[in-house]
Write a new protein. Structure first.
Length: 266
């Protein structure tokens, strides 16, 4: 399986038995824009082209039409995702120049100012998109069917996109990386973001920022949000559903997108 490999281990219980367990791979991934490294993340080495496209959008470096190409170079100790931008994105890149290096659990590593961490995001455009409570629970129940790497390893996050069904899903050892890969897959497929982003992780401020940059009107997460993430979702016009299970969930912002009328979905 791409992004995972079998690793020897000893299992202890009523007896000791040798064997193997499939574990996710975690490598250093450089994200380079027009030849200069912008970020270094520890990530699962799968769907890295999607990662490049998604990171460019969610970090405000380039819009979907400003990415010329993405290529992945395999290095001895990692990967270099080389993103080439149109000239009009150069000024934006220079203004936001920074290097992020850190563990997968940290979404703000390397940011050197409070202003960068608390950057403003666009308000999601109004739309007719609605979901019934039954559809929210069905979307959550459907996501495990897309988590092949998680099924094999029990050690990765997943981000999916739902609009009547799950259209895309991406996995990674890092929750931010999984979301960036999802966004990149949608950008590459020219998919309109009118739908719900489903997350297997907690919802922090930076995850809401990334969804706002995508323009999706709803987040559905299996874990809880932070108080600040709720505030940002409210101001960004995003419906935040959390603690979601196949039989229940809680809504923290813009509950008007939850409806009993199936005809309003889409």
């Amino acid at each position: 399986m791409k992004g995972a490999r079998a690793t020897p281990r000893l299992a202890f219980g009523s007896s000791v038995s040798p064997g193997e367990r499939v574990l996710p791979e975690e490598v250093a991934v450089a994200l380079s824009f027009n030849g200069t490294t912008q970020a270094v993340m520890m990530a699962t080495p799968a769907d890295l082209e999607d990662f490049g496209y998604g990171f460019a959008l969610t970090e405000g470096i380039a819009g979907p039409g400003e990415v010329l190409s993405v290529a992945v170079e395999v290095l001895d100790r990692g990967r270099d995702v080389q993103v080439w931008l149109k000239p009009e994105a150069e000024a934006r890149l220079a203004a936001r120049r920074r290097v992020m290096a850190g563990p997968v659990g940290c979404g703000l590593c390397g940011i050197d100012s409070i202003e960068q961490a608390l950057r403003e995001v666009p308000v999601v455009a109004p739309s007719a998109f609605r979901m019934t409570p039954a559809q929210v629970m069905a979307a959550v129940a459907a996501l495990p069917g897309e988590q092949r790497l998680h099924d094999a390893t029990r050690a990765v996050h997943c981000a999916g996109f739902w609009n009547g069904r799950i259209l895309f899903a991406r996995e990674d050892v890092g929750r931010h990386n999984a979301l960036d890969k999802l966004v990149g897959a949608m950008v590459r497929a020219s998919t309109q973001p009118t739908g719900a982003v489903i997350l297997t992780s907690r919802v922090s401020t930076d995850m809401v920022q990334k969804v706002a940059m995508l323009g999706a009107p709803m987040i559905i997460a299996v874990s809880a949000p932070t108080a600040e993430a709720v505030e940002l979702a409210e101001s960004a016009g995003i419906t935040l559903v959390a603690l979601a299970r196949p039989d229940r969930f809680e809504v923290f912002s813009h509950s008007d997108r939850l409806t009993t009328e199936d005809s309003h979905v889409g």
